[in-house]
Design a protein around this ligand. Structure first.
Ligand SMILES: [Zn+2]
Length: 134
């Protein structure tokens, strides 16, 4: 049996507002999923990120919502989402956190149960140039 290759989309830029301070937070999302049979276009994954970023958000909630939306829509074997963002509400309050990115992750399915897969995802997200296979 041939299993379709995992898909990874890195560096989806987004712009959102935190629900606590109504202050902008900006960053990048990295999304991977293990397709069962259908593979969706990259633009659709980016669109999911855009849809959830548009709301008043917390970064943690947004990370989970993106993973859940992809799980529900594609029924993949697993989803991994990592978001790194800089919150202006932190830098404006002058607590010395200027430009420090907050990182949140959400793993579902095989990405949750398989630590090797999870580690590979983290490695690819941090790699200097894009990789599309796991
Ligand atoms: Zn805030």
């Amino acid at each position: 049996m041939i299993r379709p290759r995992p898909c990874l989309l890195r560096d989806i830029e987004f712009y959102s507002h935190c629900e606590h301070h109504i202050a902008p937070f900006v960053g990048r999302a990295h999304v991977a999923y293990l397709p069962t049979k259908s593979v969706v276009g990259i633009s659709k994954l980016a669109r999911v990120v855009e849809i959830y970023a548009r709301r008043l958000q917390t970064q943690e909630t947004m990370t989970a919502q993106i993973a859940n939306a992809i799980m529900n829509a594609l029924q993949p074997r697993g989803v991994a989402v990592l978001i790194e963002a800089v919150h202006t509400c932190m830098s404006m309050r002058g607590i010395g956190k200027r430009n420090v990115a907050t990182i949140t992750t959400q793993f579902s399915g095989e990405f949750k149960s398989n630590p090797v897969l999870q580690a590979r995802f983290m490695e690819l997200v941090r790699a200097p140039s894009g990789g599309f296979s796991l």
